[in-house]
Design a protein around this ligand. Structure first.
Ligand code: G3P
Length: 235
């Protein structure tokens, strides 16, 4: 029993929660990197559309800024096109991960790319069956979209729990990226389930730092410290 606990703890030491930032905005990425807690970046065409038109140079800047994996999305809809695009994207850096949509063509592409050692992130996952298929095809990551499920009255967190259970049952190496995160509770609930990664929008990352009692406490300590200075000056 104690021996088992010891081995569990030793095994868990190798696990660590990973935070990615879900943005194509270089300033936000730079700030999150400065906090010292950033493990990677995910982008998608919608996020890219909010930035400069020259995505090639934006992507290059992001790739050089971040040591960890950076997901860039393929926009072809047929398997051959996705494979071609993925090969090109992966030439941009060792940390490129190619985002591939969860379609039959996408899965054919993932199977081919995984045999070539190209890292993939199967995106737009809305069911555990889709996540199971992606893992069988050799996806490096899968991205279940929690928030979009919640928006439709489904339970996004339950989907992450189901995927984690299925992957543990078979020892799949595919890592789960909780995506379409809307608020800090999504992040902590995913961490409680042992989900490997949360890709978090900048605004939600900032909210994760905050607590009114922390702010109140900092203000009170500073005020009392000023009182100490005043009192000691008088003596
Ligand atoms: O990483 C996927 C994510 O960007 C989708 O988020 O907020 O558009 O549902 P959202």
């Amino acid at each position: 029993m104690y021996l088992l606990k010891y081995f569990d703890i030793m095994a868990l030491r190798w696990l660590r929660v990973k935070f990615f930032i879900d943005t194509a905005n270089v300033e936000q990425i730079r700030e999150a990197k400065d906090w010292g807690i950033l493990d990677g970046v995910t982008t998608n065409p919608t996020l890219v559309a909010k930035e400069e038109c020259d995505f090639g140079s934006v992507a290059k800047e992001i790739l050089s800024l971040v040591d960890g994996p950076v997901s860039l999305e393929a926009v072809s809809t047929d398997a051959e096109g996705m494979v071609k695009e993925a090969r090109e994207l992966s030439k941009m850096g060792d940390n490129v991960v190619v985002k591939i949509p969860m379609t039959p063509d996408g899965i054919r592409a993932v199977k081919q790319l995984s045999s070539e050692g190209v890292k993939t992130n199967v995106t737009l996952i809305f069911s555990a069956n889709q996540a199971l298929i992606a893992a069988k095809a050799g996806a490096t990551y899968v991205s279940p979209f929690l928030g979009r499920l919640d928006d439709q009255g489904w339970d996004g967190l339950m989907l992450v729990e189901d995927i984690m259970e299925v992957y543990r049952n078979y020892g799949f190496e595919t890592e789960v990226i909780a995506a379409s995160i809307r608020h800090p509770i999504h992040v902590i609930e995913c961490a409680k389930m042992g989900c490997h990664i949360a890709t978090v929008p900048y605004g939600v990352l900032k909210k994760m730092f905050k607590h009114t009692l922390t702010d109140k406490g900092v203000r009170a300590f500073l005020k009392d410290w000023e009182k100490v200075q005043e009192k000691c000056k008088k003596k």
